[in-house]
Design a protein around this ligand. Structure first.
Ligand SMILES: Nc1nc2c(ncn2[C@@H]2O[C@H](COP(=O)(O)OP(=O)(O)O)[C@@H](O)[C@H]2O)c(=O)[nH]1
Ligand SMILES: [Mg+2]
Length: 307
């Protein structure tokens, strides 16, 4: 199983700045120290700065304060253990593997607003699947800009996956329909559908997505098997607002958190979990095809706390 096996070192590299941001203040602050009100406040500041999310931070810090006050917790190391276990529990509940259909193709629809990293993520996912000897077909259903189709064209040549494209300005749903037909005819393992992020208005964008979904279902009733929303980790609360908007229209099955390498705020993973209850399944940690990883809560927590 495991469409993607995460490698600890790559994820660590991606989370390097998160680690610096959180551990740099927390490590020296907590190890070998006695806990008091001031240290707990510093923990609070560090968690908020890392985008962990206000509710999660408040809950954790509230528990810490009580434990210190009641004399149940004395040492910095105890606080670290407490935080690791609490954060771990919050992230461990969900199935993080990509769904796979018993009858191929598995259809993966990729959505998100403009510039967050959809097309790059599609190329990366295609590449990762090809490394696992799975056949991949990609639908370039962002037909609003010629450059978008062009961009996927370059990736497809570079990485060697097949592409179904429409004319610029063609109906994206028609491209998705053709691609589904081709995926069935060619018996590929996985069909990835890249979509547009920019429309004249949000309603138009959401309607387009529903339409794409329904034309895919005409040929494969239980598809798409994954609807991945790509979010840009550097966008903080704005990313959360995007997810709220998308999930009102379409049943999201997972998040791809792109550009985690570009932020010191890896705690956004926890904020997403707290606010949306949609699992972060993949993380983007760079611009190269290999810069994508399965999200691994254990590794993530480890990276957050261990320098
Ligand atoms: N550093 C970094 N850049 C990324 C990542 N994913 C995408 N990008 C860059 O973000 C920009 C927009 O990506 P693109 O895939 O075109 O976004 P789209 O409009 O959602 O399809 C491009 O310059 C990508 O190279 C990532 O994980 N890390
Ligand atoms: Mg794109």
């Amino acid at each position: 199983m495991g469409l993607f096996k995460s490698t600890i070192s790559a994820l660590r590299k991606g989370l390097g700045r998160t680690r610096d941001a959180i551990t740099a203040p927390l490590g020296p602050l907590l190890r070998g120290k006695t806990l008091d009100d001031a240290t707990v406040t510093e923990i609070e500041t560090a968690l908020i700065k890392a985008d962990v999310g206000l509710a999660t931070t408040a809950a954790l810090v509230g528990d810490l304060r009580e434990a210190v006050k009641d004399g149940r917790m004395h040492r910095g190391e105890e606080a670290i253990d407490f935080l690791r276990s609490e954060l771990g529990q919050r992230l461990s509940s969900t199935n993080l593997e990509l769904a796979r259909s018993d009858t191929p193709p598995t259809v993966i629809l990729v959505a998100g607003v403009n510039g967050v990293g959809k097309t790059t993520s599609v190329a990366k996912i295609a590449y990762a699947l090809m490394q696992e000897d799975r056949s991949v077909l990609v639908a370039a259903a962002d037909t609003y800009r010629a450059a978008a189709v062009e961009q996927l064209g370059i990736w497809s040549e570079r990485l060697g996956f097949d592409l179904v494209r429409g004319q610029a300005g063609a109906d994206p749903a028609a491209v998705a329909f053709d691609a589904t037909e081709a995926a069935l005819a060619r018996e590929v393992d996985v069909l990835l559908v890249d979509t547009a992020g920019r429309m004249h208005n949000e309603q138009g964008l959401m309607r387009q997505l529903t339409k794409i979904q329904s034309v895919i279902r005409k040929q494969i009733p239980d598809a798409p098997h994954e609807v991945l929303l790509v979010l840009d980790a550097t966008q903080g609360q704005n990313a959360l607002a995007q997810a709220q908007a998308f999930r009102e229209t379409i049943d999201l099955t997972g998040i791809v958190l792109a550009k985690l390498d570009g932020t010191a705020r890896g705690g956004i993973v926890l904020a997403i979990h707290e606010a949306l209850d949609i699992p972060v399944k993949l993380v983007g940690v760079g611009e190269r095809p290999e810069d994508i990883e399965a999200f691994d809560p254990g590794v993530f927590i480890e990276a957050l706390f261990d320098a």
